[in-house]
Design a protein around this ligand. Sequence first.
Ligand SMILES: C=C(O[C@@H]1C=C(C(=O)O)C=C[C@H]1O)C(=O)O
Length: 281
Amino acid sequence: MNDLASLRDKIDAIDTELVRLLNERAEVAKEIGTIKNREGLPIYSPEREDKVLRSLVQKSQGPLRPEAIRAIYCEIMSASLALEKDVAIACLGPAGSNSHQAAKSKFGSSVRYLFLSDVADVFREVRKDEADCGVVPIDDPDHGVANSTLDQLAESDLVVCAQIALQTENSDSNVAAARFFVIGKNTNPPSGNDCTMLLLRIEDKPGALVSALEPFKTLNINLSHFASRHAAKGSNDVFFFVEAAGHTRDLQMVDLFRELSKRCRAVKVLGSFPKAASSEV
Ligand SMILES: C=C(O[C@@H]1C=C(C(=O)O)C=C[C@H]1O)C(=O)O
């Protein structure tokens, strides 16, 4: 037998074993799904997926690149999600839009996608349980921050449960990352690698913002993103959206919230979720 044929025989044997193992893994995921459905637990667990991916990337000795491991596992997890439940993800349409691509890079090709025409509709479908989660833009290199998403987050009781970075070519053909949030009804347990999106409502007066940000410095909590919006018409308040390192259940967050509540008109937690992988942003 020539080299090519014998190497292909080797691949055939490995594939047979891989498919057997994948089905074995899928059986376990189905059992997990039965427990979740029985106990009313969320089917999608972003913190678990993040832990699985980080651990596999760390253990892998190559030659597969980390991005390849992530892409393969995105589809494996997509297939297990679909076995656990008929999972639907709402995003901005049409099929093939940036939002759809971002959603597929997180949820893979085994789940169902619902295409909506604006961000408010995505939030509505998730609130009505027509979709398990929604994917909405948060910022992109060409258009900046998505104010419609900030406005919905300010009003809604839905939370940010994951983020997605999508590499896009911008108008100058530079590759840059557009960021999307996954929104849902459930707060995530810690993954050990989280950040937290907060909404601070602050009076529009000199020094108010500096005072609100001081506790982040004192408690040594890093801020990675920052955006502002005027609060409702007729009010003299400003909304500041900040993304801080850590999870709301971290001890130092308790201190942070105590300090923030003294310095802000209102503080709302928009969600704790796994940080983007370093290869993503
Ligand atoms: C199997 C589970 O359900 C989903 C599928 C996962 C997987 O295939 O590894 C991980 C997290 C969940 O989104 C689980 O929660 O462990």
